[in-house]
Design a protein around this ligand. Structure first.
Ligand SMILES: *[C@@H]1O[C@H](CO)[C@@H](O)[C@H](O)[C@H]1NC(C)=O
Length: 316
């Protein structure tokens, strides 16, 4: 019996090191997250300024802040090139102050990579020098494609998981590393497939992490238990997602703060909702131009593996 439980614990520990892949953060390190930008540079800059991420010249002043952008930088607006430039500049500058910028893929990045241009804003291709130049830019060695094809779909910072749509238990079981590794292994083939979104349960599919909307839209008494299962598998206490627009411009939590919806329609294509999410330790705030609003936060994540190990020990 003792042998059996310690075998189980060892198995769980091995498993947990496979799923967790977290960027570990000191207790009070500041994390700032921004949802869908959809081609609006001016509104993005304004938010980054009042969140103390950039100065008036758009340079990083965030110190050791970890800044996560959950995808959908492009479409519905003109500023595709300028926004990707900004994110890449900040990603270069942040580490000089001990900071980190983590841009993630959204479903609109994936759509543009496979030539699904239904949401490209009129006139935006001219910012590339026309359609043909734009097409080239999104190829695997084009200046946008070569950047996007390396991005991750999800990341875990401390015990918060970030992704564009949401990670179902199916993908949580496979783990954060698996999701990102699978993305990198298959994205070029996917890009060259020109428009096949893949199986709906595939990594780029309709219930995959960039498209899923369940945590934002389904009834809480149905979906919170699903979210609990996903979070347990991810060894996390909350998930932060974009993708589903909050038309009142307010960052919203569901399931007692276990999911946070940060797509507040930042782009003028929606309602110029200007806000960012800030996490420090287990304290969560929505930052707006003129106020900060404290949001619900679940208790810190506690490993069940450690809890059960302690329990085993007590029994001995
Ligand atoms: C993807 O995630 C891994 C693991 O956290 C990280 O080392 C890598 O820098 C990330 N890639 C990008 C492009 O952000």
């Amino acid at each position: 019996m003792v042998k059996f439980t310690s075998f189980l614990s060892a198995g769980c520990l091995l498993f947990s090191s496979l799923v967790s892949a977290a960027i570990s953060v000191e207790q009070d390190r500041r994390i700032v997250a921004l949802g869908d930008l959809h081609g609006d540079l001016a509104n993005t800059l304004e938010i980054l300024r009042f969140s103390n991420i950039i100065d008036q010249d758009n340079h990083w002043i965030g110190g050791d802040t970890i800044f996560v952008q959950t995808g959908d930088v492009l479409d519905r607006g003109l500023d595709t090139i300028k926004l990707y430039d900004l994110l890449q500049n900040l990603r270069d500058e942040a580490p000089l102050q001990g900071g980190l910028v983590i841009p993630l893929l959204g479903n609109h990045e994936l759509m543009n990579l496979v030539g699904d241009w239904r949401y490209v804003y009129p006139g935006e291709p001219e910012t590339f020098g026309g359609l043909e130049a734009r097409r080239k830019a999104f190829e695997k060695d084009g200046f946008i494609g070569e950047y996007l094809k390396l991005l991750n779909i999800t990341t875990k910072v401390g015990s918060t998981v970030f992704c564009h749509g949401g990670i179902t238990p199916h993908f949580s079981r496979l783990g954060i590393n698996w999701i990102n590794d699978k993305t990198h292994e298959t994205i070029v083939t996917y890009m060259e497939s020109q428009g096949h979104r893949g199986k709906s349960h595939g990594i780029f599919g309709g219930v995959g992490p960039t498209w899923y909307r369940g945590y934002a839209l389904e009834e809480e008494d149905e979906i919170c238990s699903v979210l609990d299962e996903a979070l347990e598998l991810l060894e996390a206490n909350r998930m932060v997602v974009g993708h589903t627009v909050q038309h009142d411009g307010a960052i919203r939590t569901r399931c007692n703060g276990k999911v946070i919806l940060i797509d507040i329609g930042i782009s003028r294509a929606y309602n110029s909702g200007k806000g960012a999410l800030e996490i420090r330790g287990n304290v969560v705030n929505a930052l707006y131009a003129d106020k900060r609003v404290k949001l619900a936060s679940p208790p810190p994540y506690k490993s069940r593996v450690l809890a059960s190990k302690k329990h085993d020990h007590d029994e001995l």
